[in-house]
Design a binder for this molecule. Structure first.
Ligand code: GAR
Length: 214
């Protein structure tokens, strides 16, 4: 597996980033987190990154209001010095501009707490996604790791993991079960990327056979 330089974008606690850090520490991933960009000044991800001496830059989303292009351009500017191989959205509560998605085409991953295309798009993030799943009465839910394109949760799907939805589930209990699946799915997808095993054709990801040295 090639050594990956990763930049993570986050807005919250960053527990998904932790799953990547843990996989790196256990040598399951040959990678480093070069930089964390937080879109909120008080996000829990900042202390988490500092604990591992990972540099953090705050680019506040609220300052840019509806100017997604300006916000994305600022992020592109701060991360360019780090030359990332891969950008991971880890609970990042903003969409990114078309220009940004083109600049890092096929090198941005996101993780979403549902089985896309169900319960995605504008307004579908965090606990709201589980509210939508419970309201729809689905019997299974799960998580999706996908490439990020200029659409809203529309990029090619890399890994999905299912969990059951139980009759007495609350938003929180379902979120917790899905989160456990997320911590498996994100490192798995990053590893496939590092192994050079992902290709995209017709918006579908193909995963090639594993080579022995990986
Ligand atoms: C995760 O459940 C992630 O899938 C979700 O936000 C949470 C962030 O938690 N992302 C989205 O809803 C994206 N649309 P974390 O900050 O502890 O990783």
């Amino acid at each position: 597996m090639k050594h990956l330089k990763i930049v993570a974008l986050a807005s919250g606690s960053g527990s998904n980033l932790q799953s990547i850090i843990d996989a790196i520490e256990k040598k399951q991933l040959n990678a480093e987190i070069s930089l964390v960009v937080s879109s909120k000044r008080k996000a829990g991800v900042i202390a988490r990154a500092e604990k591992y001496n990972i540099p953090v830059i705050v680019v506040e989303r609220r300052i840019y209001k509806d100017n997604i292009r300006g916000f994305s351009a600022k992020i592109a500017q701060v991360i360019s010095d780090f030359s990332p191989d891969l950008i991971l959205l880890c609970g990042f509560l903003s969409f990114l501009s078309e220009e940004f998605c083109q600049l890092y085409e096929n090198r941005i991953f996101n993780i979403h707490p549902s089985l896309l295309p169900a319960f995605g798009g504008q307004g579908a993030y965090g606990i709201r996604v589980h509210r939508m799943a419970l309201k729809a009465g689905v019997k299974v839910s799960g998580c999706t790791v996908m490439f990020v394109d200029a659409g809203q949760d529309t990029g090619p799907i890399i890994v999905q993991k299912c969990v059951p939805v139980l009759e007495d589930d609350t938003e929180e209990s379902l979120a917790q079960r899905v989160m456990t699946a997320e911590y498996q799915a994100y490192p798995e997808a990053v590893r496939l990327f590092g192994q050079g095993r992902l290709s995209i054709s017709n918006n579908t990801v193909k995963i090639s056979q594993r080579k022995d040295e990986d």
